[in-house]
Design a protein around this ligand. Structure first.
Ligand code: NIG
Ligand code: FE
Length: 432
């Protein structure tokens, strides 16, 4: 066995195998290759006294150290010393608006001064102020912004991230945002979502239906034709699009082959959950304002409930989504940052896990499930992400903790030591 930096000095042929050894726990998340529901969310597939062998970027073995360390390939492998640490799958952030050119500091101060998110939006701030910034940006500037966000997210363990458009609100600019997301090469893989129906742009204020008709007839077909997004999302709320408008959008998006997502019941409950379930949406996201009947509806459906507690915290609110109720009813719950410049400027899934545990009464095991396998399922990536199993790409994180429950417990601490994508290091605390 050789230490990572010894191979050249020893004059041995560099190996493309890695042996991860010494970890206190390897959180494999093994189990069904789909979103886990209800009580299944407590199963994390932790192994102790284990090692993991990676060959050519893929996991080939995870299991008892005594067996794996004696394999011939393991003896030739470069050693990754995870002593005293915990290994988890690369975290998956399944709801973000990571492509924004600048923070919204004026909105931030207005909110601290007492204005609500909706009041700020109604006065021309909010989403529309980021739209103005995007309209003045170059393609290169947008790509650089996306790369910065991805670096920041990976420094907290995110190796697969969804990213929404929605700050262009005209066909050319929405396409530019999605193209920037395709071109960016960062430490995390990106799954783009078209959110052309994020807000009503000022030039269409008098005719929201006209704007939506253009999104359905022009933007979505262009996005589909150039394969720029897998999902289509809409913001359904009293200050945005109605359930009836959202149904029109879902109809167009379904015909074009998009998976469906919806910003549902963030501030008001206007039928978004029912719509999501009826149309077989992959996920319904936010859900802070859902009613009992909607929770039951979701629990009986295949739609994943994606909860975004950091937006509640950042907006200074206290109504969190009813995670405990949803899980107890048997729903599949995922967690995400909602990383965006207005309601949730955090890139950290560990922080989101802390909020889920402390404020929504999810257990650390449920929170771990929610940012790995269930988040991957919310991106239709359960086959490739969110679990550590042989045959899968070696996307994993080594946290400087002795028990995975410390990840949510140490609120606000970044305990990530190293992150690997396809067996290659993409982040190391303190520099590569
Ligand atoms: O999920 N509420 C709608 N969209 C985002 C916020 C986007 C923004 O404020 O820029 C959300 O919270
Ligand atoms: Fe969002």
């Amino acid at each position: 066995m050789r230490r990572a930096n010894e191979s050249t000095r020893l004059g041995v042929r560099p190996s493309n195998a890695l042996l991860v050894r010494g970890a206190r726990q390897i959180v494999t998340m093994r189990g069904p290759v789909r979103a886990r529901r209800g009580a299944e969310m407590s199963q994390t597939g932790i192994v102790t006294g284990a090692a993991m062998l990676v060959e050519n970027g893929r996991i080939t073995q995870v299991g008892p150290a005594s067996r794996i360390e004696n394999l011939t390939q393991a003896k030739r492998a470069v050693e990754v010393d995870a002593s005293g640490c915990v290994v988890v799958p690369g975290l998956v952030d399944c709801h973000t608006h990571l492509l924004f050119p600048a923070p919204r500091l004026q909105d931030y101060e207005k909110r601290i001064g007492g204005a609500t998110y909706e009041e700020i939006a109604a006065s021309g701030g909010g989403i529309l102020s980021t739209v103005r910034a995007v309209r003045c940006s170059t393609a290169a500037g947008l790509e650089a912004a996306a790369a910065r966000s991805l670096e920041l997210m990976a420094s907290h363990g995110t190796l697969l991230a969804e990213a929404k458009s929605g700050y262009g609100l005209e066909t050319g600019l929405e396409l530019r945002l999605l193209r920037a997301l395709h071109r960016v090469s960062g430490p995390a893989e990106v799954v783009p979502t078209c959110l052309g129906a994020h807000a009503i742009p000022p030039e269409w204020k008098q005719d929201p239906d006209g704007y939506l008709a253009g999104v359905c007839a022009e933007l979505l077909p262009e996005v589909a034709r150039h394969k720029l997004a897998e999902f289509a999302d809409i913001y359904c709320d009293s200050a945005a699009f109605s359930a009836e408008q959202s149904a029109r959008y879902f109809d167009a998006a379904t015909r074009l082959g998009f998976g469906l997502k919806i910003h549902a019941s963030q501030f008001s409950s206007i039928g978004a959950v029912e719509l999501a379930v009826t149309w077989g949406a992959v996920s319904a996201d936010h859900l802070e304002a859902i009613e009992e009947a909607d929770a039951e509806l979701l629990a009986r459906s295949g739609t994943i409930a994606v909860l975004l507690p950091a937006s509640v915290l950042h907006l200074g609110l206290n109504r969190y989504a009813p995670a405990r109720k949803l899980i107890d009813l048997g729903a599949a719950v995922a967690l995400a940052t909602d990383f965006n410049p207005g309601s949730s400027p955090t890139p950290s899934l560990p922080l989101v896990m802390s909020l889920a545990c402390a404020q929504m009464r999810m257990s650390p095991a449920e929170a771990m499930t929610a940012v790995t396998v269930n988040a991957a399922a919310a991106l239709r990536r359960a086959e490739s992400a969110g679990m550590l199993e042989s045959g899968r790409a070696a996307d994993f994180c080594i946290f400087n903790v002795q028990d995975y429950r410390e990840i949510p417990y140490y609120l606000g601490a970044n305990l990530l030591r190293t992150a690997y994508r396809a067996g290659g290091p993409v982040f190391h605390q303190g520099g590569m």
